[in-house]
Every structure is written in structure tokens, then in C-alpha cells.
Design a protein around this ligand. Structure first.
Ligand SMILES: *Cc1c(COP(=O)(O)O)cnc(C)c1O
Length: 384
């Protein structure tokens, strides 16, 4: 039984829905800001993790910037009141209108992933009589040791520019009148829990910096991306990621030049533990080895288990009876619509309220209307 949830109130709301613990979100953001401030690091929130208005409002109140991966996200960030000078824009396939939007709003930086993209940004900036600030996204070939769908920093991934192409890129930039090379950008993957991976990233960045400096190129900003993981197995024990150790690694291992700034783009680690998908048990059905607990939420509300084989802690908030084994499955017509197999849960019956934990990142934002379902609503601990 988890007493952190206001069960009586949750029971009265039509399931499924997202429930956000705003106190936890606030203490997480407070910790991030304190630890980053120690070293004068700049934090951008990766808005693709969760763009819920209440969540954005709280993140904005801490003064973070925003990392966007589409023009729609740039729009959303500006509408939510984040200043244009804190907006950075990444993505391998920026459309012309998205580049124009960024230029028209004088965003801080385009994180650029190829020479053809640089050429188009230069051309569009020229037509507007502007100069675009860019950081080149370099593929550092550091293995994030995470699920292959969320590994982005290897040579075979579509993201970033490989080291052997850097000469071409810097030559091209030197001829572009409307491009200002502001920084170097890296992002090697997501849900990284082994912090030595970030130490490896720092070592690679130091090597790459030497390459640039030997060519008299002094990038002002080193953007190390995001990717810090969270504890999906035990959110009660580890509600806040170890930001202290995380930021310290970059301070200890990055070799910076005077006046160089270090920027971060954190998504999951800021918001994941604050979100829960609340669902109700519809039926309990006998299976071959275990029972099926069929709940009213599915992959339409939370696709991570189906998409990344992710596992989320599942708690029955209504029952304290002895534990049995259940496969917790949703109602969607897909075999992958399964939240967990052979999980130990207290004896479960129709009507029990289930919390699927750590669902604040890549949860609500990835919801779909497959099977013509409605998009989930959201509720907040401070206003429920
Ligand atoms: C997704 C993404 C992030 C955030 O990743 P998290 O694992 O959620 O911290 C940061 N930067 C870029 C470029 C991204 O695409």
C-alpha cells in the first residue's frame, strides 16, 4: 500500500488519467537548479518529455531554458512564456517553416545535424538579413549502453555529424555569411544510469575541443545534451535522480576554456518520477501460469512498455491482501499492449485502483487515439 496517493480522491475521477505529484516535481527542480548553480551550468528542459501546461508553468518558474525538436515545440515553449533567448532547436529534419520560425523569433541556437541543413539555414537567414547561431551536433561515438531505440550517439545512428566529416563542416561554415558557430552539441541517448558513460562523453569532448582549437575555432558553448536516467524499479526509494553526482562529473572531467559555458538538455530526469498513470481494474481473468489483470489504460495512454520494452513499477492502491502473480494488460487490440508480466501484486479485483509509476516523461505526450480512444486528462496533487 502506498500512502502517498490520495486514494479517496483518485477513486472519484474517471480513469484512465495522469496524476502529477507537484510537490515532488518542485523538489526535483529545486535540486536540479541548486546543483547546476554550483558550477554555473545552464539547464534547458527537453520539452518533448512532457508539454503539459501545468508542468511547463512550474519548470518555467525555475528559469530553465527549453530544448525543442520541432517547430511546434518552439511555438509551445514561446506560448508557455519561456524567453526566446533560452530556446534551442535540434532535430535531423527541420522543415523550412521551422527554420523560419526559429529565425523570426531569434531563438538562442539551432543545433545542426548536417551540411545540407546548414546550407538551408544560411540561405533562409540571408533572405531575412539575419545571422543564425548554430551549434554543430557531433556524434561522439560513445555508447550509452541503453536500449537501442534510445541510443543516439553511435556512428550508425542518424543523429549528428561524424568526426570524419568535421573538416567539411567547418570549411562550409567559414564560407557562410549568415551562420555564427556558437557551440558544440552532443546527445548520446536516454535513460543512462551508469554515470561513467558521461565521464566517457567528457573525455571525447575534450579530444574534439582540441581538434577545433588547433584550427583556431573557439566554441563558446559546450552543450552536453541530456539522457540522465531514473529509477523505474524503485521510484519510492529514489524519487529524485542523483543530480549532485551527475553535474559533478561534468565539472570534474570537462576541460573548459575561460568563458566557455556548459549547457544541458534534461527531459526525463526532471519530470518522470512526478507522473503516474492511474487506471482501474476492469476484469481479472485466469491465464495459464498467471492471472490477467485487465485494466482500462493501455498503450494508447502509455506506450513505453510496448515501444521500448520499458518496465514501470505497478502498484495496486486499493488492496493489501496477500500477493499473487499477474500479467497487467490493457484493452487495446495489440499483443504488445501489456504493462508487465508475472508481477507480484496484492490480490486484485475488479474496481481496484492501479498506479503505473514513473510515467511523467514520454507518457502523456506520446498518447494516441488508436482504437479511437480519447486522449487522457491530467490531474495535479495540489489542485485535486
Ligand atoms: C530527447 C532529447 C533530450 C532529452 O533526453 P532525456 O533522456 O529525456 O534527458 C535532450 N536533447 C536532445 C537533442 C534530445 O533529442
Amino acid at each position: 500500500m502506498n500512502n502517498n496517493f490520495p486514494l479517496k480522491k483518485l477513486q472519484n475521477i474517471r480513469t484512465p488519467y495522469y496524476y502529477y505529484d507537484m510537490e515532488l516535481l518542485e523538489s526535483t527542480l529545486k535540486k536540479v537548479s541548486e546543483e547546476a548553480r554550483k558550477y554555473n551550468f545552464t539547464v534547458h528542459y527537453a520539452i518533448k518529455a512532457n508539454a503539459n501546461d501545468r508542468i511547463l508553468e512550474m519548470i518555467r518558474s525555475f528559469g530553465f531554458g527549453v530544448d525543442c525538436v520541432s517547430g511546434y515545440e518552439v511555438k509551445k515553449a514561446l506560448e508557455a512564456g519561456f524567453g526566446n533567448k533560452g530556446v534551442v532547436f535540434a532535430g535531423v529534419g527541420k522543415a523550412d517553416w521551422e527554420i523560419e520560425l526559429g529565425l523570426d523569433n531569434d531563438i538562442a541556437c539551432f543545433n545542426v545535424e548536417s551540411v545540407p541543413e546548414l546550407e538551408i539555414i544560411n540561405e533562409i537567414a540571408a533572405s531575412k538579413g539575419k545571422t543564425a547561431n548554430v551549434a554543430i551536433r557531433i556524434n561522439p561515438n560513445v555508447n550509452a549502453n541503453t536500449h537501442h531505440y534510445i541510443t543516439t550517439g553511435l556512428e550508425e545512428n542518424k543523429f549528428g555529424i561524424n568526426q570524419w566529416d568535421l573538416e567539411k563542416v567547418t570549411d562550409a561554415i567559414s564560407k557562410m555569411k549568415h551562420i555564427n558557430l556558437e557551440g558544440l552539441h552532443f546527445h548520446i541517448g536516454s535513460q543512462i544510469t551508469d554515470l561513467t558513460t558521461f565521464r566517457d562523453l567528457c573525455v571525447r569532448i575534450n579530444e574534439l575541443q582540441k581538434w577545433f582549437i588547433s584550427r583556431q575555432i573557439y566554441p563558446k558553448i559546450i552543450n552536453v545534451g541530456g539522457g540522465l536516467g531514473i529509477d523505474y524499479n524503485d521510484p519510492n526509494q529514489n524519487p529524485i535522480p542523483d543530480f549532485e553526482a551527475y553535474f559533478k562529473i561534468f565539472n570534474d572531467f570537462l576541460e573548459l576554456k575561460p568563458d566557455q559555458e556548459v549547457h544541458f538538455e534534461l527531459g526525463r530526469s526532471l519530470v518522470a518520477q512526478s507522473g503516474n498513470l492511474i487506471t482501474k481494474v476492469l476484469y481479472v481473468k485466469e491465464g495459464v501460469k498467471t492471472k490477467f489483470a485487465i485494466v482500462d489504460a493501455g498503450m494508447t495512454e502509455l506506450i513505453r512498455p510496448a515501444l521500448y520494452q520499458a518496465s514501470h513499477k505497478i502498484e495496486n492502491l486499493s488492496s493489501v491482501a496477500t500477493e499473487e502473480k499477474y500479467d497487467v494488460v490493457g484493452p487495446i487490440c495489440e499483443s504488445s499492449d501489456c504493462f508487465g508480466k508475472a508481477l507480484s501484486l496484492p490480490h486484485t479485483s475488479r474496481g481496484d485502483i492501479i498506479a503505473i509509476r514513473s510515467a511523467g516523461a514520454y507518457g502523456e505526450i506520446m498518447a494516441s487515439q488508436y482504437n479511437l480512444r480519447e486522449l487522457p486528462k491530467s490531474f495535479f496533487s495540489d489542485t485535486i
